[in-house]
Design a protein around this ligand. Structure first.
Ligand SMILES: [Zn+2]
Length: 131
């Protein structure tokens, strides 16, 4: 079963103090990762089969999906934990915000406040700060 996790992170603005927020992520077991990867591979190879009937385009689409399928499936299998969102109070505008993260995102990450659009930095709570 996939496991939802919540960790403490630091949300930092450019001209304000760092605020502790929450990072929501989801981790998968190896069976689940296998299923996710298998689905992706199935879709890619199905697309390869479908595009085989499109004249001219099949010269590059079929090899593309045949090669991209296993590559993307492998990357999907390697992703043990995917980030979902960061939740906390924006240090710039003091509003509670949810920052939606890309599954491929890694912390530390620079992003923007969805409310006031000011640049923010997301860091792990206990990461050593550079001085
Ligand atoms: Zn803000």
């Amino acid at each position: 079963m996939s496991e939802k996790k919540t960790e403490a992170i630091v949300i930092k603005g450019n001209e304000s103090e760092a605020i502790v927020g929450e990072l929501h992520s989801c981790s998968f077991s190896s069976t689940e990762r296998m299923v996710r990867a298998g689905k992706l591979l199935g879709i890619a190879w199905l697309l390869a089969l479908i595009t085989a009937f499109i004249p001219i385009a099949h010269f590059f689409l079929v090899p593309l999906f045949l090669i991209a399928g296993p590559v993307m499936a492998f990357m999907k299998y390697k992703a043990e934990t995917v980030l979902e969102k960061a939740h906390g109070v924006c240090p710039e505008c003091s509003k509670t915000v949810d920052i939606i993260l890309d599954p491929a995102d890694k912390l530390p990450k620079r992003t923007y406040c969805p409310d006031c659009n000011k640049p923010l930095q997301l860091l792990y709570h206990n990461s050593p700060s550079k001085s």
